[in-house]
Design a protein around this ligand. Sequence first.
Ligand code: ADP
Length: 259
Amino acid sequence: GLKKKADPTGPQKIPGVDHIIAIASGKGGVGKSTVSSNLACALAAQGRRVGLLDADVYGPSQPRMLGVSGRPASPDGKTILPLRNHGVTMMSIGLLTNEDQAVVWRGPMLMGALQQMMNQVQWGALDVLIVDLPPGTGDVQMTLSQKFQIDGAVVVSTPQDVALLDARKGIDMFNQLKVPILGMVENMSTHICSNCGHEEHVFGHGGVAAEAAKLGVPLLAEVPLDLQIRLASDGGAPIVASQPDSAQAQAFHAIAKAL
Ligand code: ADP
């Protein structure tokens, strides 16, 4: 049959990258980066070739979570070599700026940096590129969805009403941009006391499941609020990489299986 010509003005694919999946949240601090890094490690454990682009320009946390540091090399002065750890090929805006420096770029510079990370990083052959987005519904999300062929978005939220309200806005934005919603993840869903085993719902429980049902999108997982998850991320080896068989890692494996 006839080969479909790519529309040069429409969303582009990255050569060698089969799928691009965006991880989004309405609010900051709900665990979007934690889900991104653990999902990347879970996909790698399945034998997929995985990349992770940390596009959270205002708070890039993937260098710490994946335990990488140092300035990425650019041997030819044009392309950038990604870093690699835990089976994940990664690049972060945090590696291109000083750690303690606030990103005070104007919109166009930000968009330039984003496109540079998508196009000029030598991602190699990947089955999946996970993009850890900044929270909210701003320029980065819009540019990414319009310039690149995003296969789908995963929306992370805590069960609280305030977080859900913003998550809903994010889903509405993706609908408008014609990016399919692959599903929602409830993070910090439940907490089991490590001393006594008592289960508490610090931020409520089930709010995301109800919202997902209302919107007709899958609930991909409920991730517990758990000290080990936080310690693992802070230590540079996400729980899926450091304790792949732990109960805490199972929720992330479930997301990887569902995608
Ligand atoms: P976001 O990317 O949405 O801003 P992060 O993934 O950076 O959120 O998470 C914010 C903080 O909460 C981090 O310190 C992270 O380790 C911690 N955290 C996230 N999810 C969990 C969880 N399920 N259990 C314990 N700590 C978590």
